[in-house]
Design a protein around this ligand. Structure first.
Ligand SMILES: Cc1ncc(COP(=O)(O)O)c(C=O)c1O
Length: 458
């Protein structure tokens, strides 16, 4: 099928000829591959465009302060860094493969730590699977459980990989939208005002519904689902015999006294729920890419099948570091010395700083209850400058983000990318900011905003 004759014997010719031949062969190799049949798998149709790449590229081209992407630009806590260093320098066997479904000390501590939180006896061998980040956990879950034609209910705005992961598994995404309720004039909106309509949610469940994906605290709005909202979702899942995949990577990041509740802890839900977590988000070490899934053996065993036929082993040293970091947190649980207590307190201050600063130029943040993120309303800008450059069909928020990067030196992420295509036009007047940022980044942001404010003066 490949018309590729490049692999001829270069070692049979002299150096100069070899160089010349090499150049033309390289050219030949770099020609676009043509195949008798279609090159890319059909499961990639419609999911190949990635708007993140464009925003990130522009942010670096214009040297903008990057408030878009979701990672901390400060170090992980000392105890976690020391744990990683120890993993590198202690037992040399940590350089080798470990158990396929998770490094035993990690699966053990995850089982005991989350067992208490979820009110479940968790078996480290049967109810825990360690994955390459929460991304890996999500992908494994979709591949293991979603079949051709299955419907998956996705609450939008949603972490953007849920839709392509459903499609790649052959599933059919069914969207239900969080609706903001109107605020009083002059009052800032809150993520708690973004709610599901119970009747609309119920109408999305059909005989083909296989799973519902929940994300609390939610990316991008920062909504923390209340116990009553989770009970609504739980009742519907039980009534319609649907699996719940719950992405709780930001579970420690809740603000203003809100509480995170895991849906798996509600009566009757453990048996039908996969709970996904991330060490990257828990310990401010997103590059470690250690994630996990917790759930009943009847579900997790199918994820193990996908895992052992795809990734098989996750890097050992990162898992050892995460195991040690959880040991630390278990010892300090609920005390002022716990990172899971200190981290949200520090991030609430960053959140408040950013919210205050962005308002000074007319952006209207929606106060998040949790997560790394909030969105800000730009509808006033849409009214004042509706004709920003961009493609005719390009949602306004994308054009606004590009304008802001180029002209104001600040990068954010358009919120419409967290919506299904038909709904993007209704939610094109919000942009997402990440506030999990170092003091120096917040200062750089303030300088840019100060300039912007001066330009606004008549
Ligand atoms: C809601 C949500 N889930 C999962 C992930 C992926 O986490 P990880 O870095 O552990 O793969 C992210 C990362 O941004 C996220 O925001």
């Amino acid at each position: 099928m490949f018309r590729n004759v490049a692999a001829i014997s270069l070692h049979l010719i002299g150096p100069l000829q070899r160089k010349k031949a090499g150049t033309s062969l390289t050219r030949c190799l770099h020609q676009t591959l043509t195949m008798a049949t279609r090159l890319q798998a059909r499961r990639l149709d419609g999911i190949d465009h990635n708007p993140w790449v464009e925003c990130t590229k522009m942010a670096s081209e214009y040297d903008a302060v990057n408030l878009g992407q979701g990672f901390p630009d400060f170090p992980p806590p000392d105890f976690a860094l020391q744990a990683f260093q120890l993993a590198l320098s202690s037992d040399f066997m940590l350089n080798q493969y470990t158990k396929a479904f998770g490094y035993p000390p990690l699966t053990k501590i995850l089982a005991s730590f989350f067992g208490k939180l979820l009110g479940q006896e968790i078996d480290p061998l049967k109810n825990v699977l360690v994955t390459v980040g929460a991304y890996g956990a999500l992908f494994t879950a979709f591949q293991a459980l979603v079949d051709e034609g299955d419907e998956v209910i996705i609450i939008e705005p949603f972490f953007d990989c849920y839709e392509p992961m459903t499609l790649m598994a052959g599933g059919h995404p069914v969207f239900v939208t969080l609706k903001p309720s109107p605020t009083q004039d002059g009052e800032l909106d809150s993520a708690s005002n973004w709610q599901l309509d119970p009747t609309e949610l119920a109408s999305k469940f059909t005989s083909r519904t296989k799973a519902l994906i929940l994300n609390t605290p939610n990316n991008p709005v920062g909504k923390v689902f209340s116990k009553a909202e989770l009970e609504l979702v739980a009742n519907l899942c039980q009534q319609h015999d649907v699996i719940c995949i719950t992405d709780e990577v930001y579970q420690w990041l809740v603000y203003d006294g809100y509480q995170h509740t895991s849906i798996a802890s509600l009566p009757g839900m453990w048996e039908r729920t996969l709970t996904i977590g991330s060490a990257g988000k828990s310990f401010s070490a997103t590059g470690w890419k250690v994630g996990w899934v917790l759930g009943p053996d009847s579900l997790v065993k199918h994820l193990r099948t996908v895992h052992q036929n795809s990734i098989y082993h996750c890097p050992t040293q990162g898992q050892a570091a995460v195991a040690q970091s959880f040991q630390h947190e278990q010892l300090h649980f609920g005390q002022p010395s716990s990172y899971f207590v200190q981290f949200p307190q520090a991030m609430q201050r960053c959140r408040d700083h950013m919210i205050r600063s962005l308002q000074s130029v007319g952006l209207k943040p929606v106060i998040p209850q949790g997560s790394y993120f909030f969105i800000a309303d730009i509808s006033d800008f849409k009214k004042k400058m509706p004709d920003l450059p961009g493609d005719k069909d390009e949602p306004y928020d994308r054009r606004f983000v590009k304008w802001m990067i180029k002209n104001k030196g600040l990068a954010a992420i358009p919120t419409s990318i967290f919506y299904s295509r038909p709904h993007q036009k209704h939610f094109d007047h919000y942009i997402r900011f990440c506030f999990v940022k170092d003091e120096s980044t917040l200062q750089a942001m303030d300088e840019k905003l100060q300039k912007w404010k001066e330009e606004l003066r008549p």
